[in-house]
Design a binder for this molecule. Sequence first.
Ligand SMILES: [Mn+2]
Length: 290
Amino acid sequence: MDRPGLFADATASYAESQYVILGIPFDRTTSFRPGARFGPDSIRQHSWNFESYDLETGTDLADIPIHDLGNAGEFGSAEEMVASVRTEVEPIYRDGKVPITLGGDHACAPPCVEAFPKGRPLSVLYLDAHLDFRSSYLGDARSHACSARRIAERVGVENIVVVGVRSVSKEEIEDNRSLGLTYISAHEVAREGITATAKRALDRLSPESVYVSLDIDVVDPAYAAGTGTPEPFGLAPREIKQILDTVAPRLVGMDIMEVSPPYDQGNTSALAARLAREAILRSHVARGKP
Ligand SMILES: [Mn+2]
């Protein structure tokens, strides 16, 4: 059944679903090139480009129970967006499902983590060109430049690892030194290889419950130029896939943020859609569900 406007192969009802897609069309904290509010629908549109059958795992995405809730409602301030997204995402976790949220700028990620049930262990793999560790940016603590900091406050700084960084302010580095955030730069990934660095990152995270926050700008702009704040010297799509494949057995939630269709030739949206599909496939296969 084709349902244009929704994510391809998301044919399950909410009740029977295991993976739940939600778009967050919000980009009011974007600091350079706007447009990420159009990301969710562009990613959905490109998801229809792919075969539902997966060559690597021998699994058909159409056999995996996925539901697409559509987009969260219109927002005012970042604070209002945060409250609204928390309300949308909380029941998804409560019902034992895995939320896959599509942004939107990276300010949309912290509420998806904050909605996770308190008291259950949770760690976060944060893939980004930027450290996003400012306490506040341009007077807004909910800016996309502060997202890793807000997430660290929720899960504990020892439970988040940032991978792919190559852009950071002096203040963030100084704060990081006293607060003890773990990060692996894109330069370290290039030097040591993705297998070693992914292992180093994932060994620090919970063996059971990992949330993945993926800013598409972690990928080199040569592959993913359609984003708000492109940074050279990034990771290759295949390196991101390898990290996702490795962490998928522990996946409890994921977001893909900062796809900006006005700057996209289509390859950025296609990559985002494919990464969402890869994560769902690998997580499903690892769970051993029929
Ligand atoms: Mn970023």
